[in-house]
Design a binder for this molecule. Sequence first.
Ligand code: ZN
Length: 243
Amino acid sequence: MRTALVRLFLIGSVCVALLALARYHYRCGREETSAPLILTRSLGASQAVGKSLYVISRAEWGAREPVVDGSVEGRYDPETNAGGWFIYDEPLDEALNTIVIHHSALPLSDGPREIQGQHMRRKGYADMGYHFVIDAAGRIYEGRPLAARGAHTGGHNTGTVGVVLLGNFERQMPTDPQIESLKSLCRFLVDRYAITHLAGHRDFQPEVTVCPGLNLAQLLPGLAREVGLIFGTGGYVGMPESP
Ligand SMILES: [Zn+2]
């Protein structure tokens, strides 16, 4: 009888141990898929806004520092260089109104470093023109600091956030992780800033470009609705008049 009780106790202990092990594995597995997204410090957003977002920082992907003596994008001057490198005077939640979506139209292997190199060397920009880059795996990279006006949509850079997805969406489809990350990024920006609109590059410059490519462009009205934004260029304000 006593031996039977000891056996029962031993079997019971083994079962408890196995259950604990199984729960540990389950938890670990769950944590991998639902790991809390981490805010990047360089977004100035370490004070969480409820939802967080993991963005690969400039330091992590090896960005060059901005160079403000570029041939095209020198320092901002309202008279002589209205399109120059400009840091917003007002708080960002007052400065930003529209998210503009682009495609890179480059091979998928060309990431943020190649884009920054092209923009700085060939175009003479002070830095990468976009604020964010999303690769085919859905990874989000920090581009030009959000506090600096972008250089991505001719004549419509003031107050717009430039987001580029790697790929050529005239020929290919954006991947599901890319679209999911784009939505997460938009939601993050909507939560934090007074952004009201989302548009594709070609909505601002239909004569000039097909960017972000038909296969992505046709998803944007639905995507805008889903993240609580109005689709189109109607929210663009531009440079405030000088007093
Ligand atoms: Zn574009």
